[in-house]
Design a protein around this ligand. Structure first.
Ligand code: GRF
Length: 192
């Protein structure tokens, strides 16, 4: 099985980044994180990366006049080392087709719903309002349309009658932390 070289893109607390860091710490896990990039200088995930001795970059979209120049800086930073996959983990910028075409089938994301249901934000509140019986999370390839690319792997989470947005968020997040490493493991097997 090949050992995948990953970059992780974050904007916030980075609990999914932490799940990937933890998975990669196991000697038999078929991936290593070589780079963490945040568009937000205050992202909590940056600290997690530093604690794990992973090089970090801050590429703040606010420092660039437009999306094209922000994405050019992102592309340059990502090109510094050979990468198999760019893993979005709570990365709150929409990437353009121009950027994604430079990394074909290499940009993946984790989303807190069973796509194609509940694309976008506030997924759990909407699922509860619709009285759904099942929630979950999805790892998928990133395409220019938001939360729309081909699905790699999903984990279902039952919705309980007592669930609140908070309790459901917590259970789905725990599932996310299992699913992202599992999806990476599967991709490593596929790339053999
Ligand atoms: C996760 O729920 C992820 O699915 C979504 O944003 C959240 C990021 O959380 N895209 P964290 O920064 O990984 O803790």
């Amino acid at each position: 099985m090949s050992v995948l070289s990953l970059a992780v893109l974050i904007s916030g607390r980075g609990s999914n980044l932490q799940a990937l860091i933890n998975a990669c710490a196991a000697p038999d896990f078929p991936a290593r994180i070589h780079l963490v990039i945040s568009n937000n200088p205050d992202a909590g995930g940056l600290k997690r990366a530093k604690q794990a001795n992973i090089p970090t970059h801050i590429i703040n979209h606010r420092d660039y006049p437009d999306k094209a120049s922000f994405e050019k800086a992102l592309h340059q930073a990502l090109s510094a080392c050979p990468l198999d996959y760019i893993c979005l983990a709570g990365f709150m910028r929409v990437l353009s087709a121009d950027f994604l075409n430079k990394w074909p089938h290499q940009v993946i994301n984790i989303h807190p719903s069973l796509l194609p249901a509940y694309k976008g934000l506030n997924t759990h509140a909407r699922a509860l309002a619709d009285k759904q019986q099942e929630a979950g999370c999805t790892v998928h390839y990133v395409t220019p349309a938001i939360d729309d690319g081909p699905i790699i792997m999903q984990e279902k989470v039952p919705i309980l009658p007592v669930d609140t947005v908070q309790s459901l968020t917590e259970r789905v997040l725990a599932a996310e932390h299992r699913l992202y490493p599992e999806a990476i493991r599967w991709l490593a097997g596929k790339n053999r």
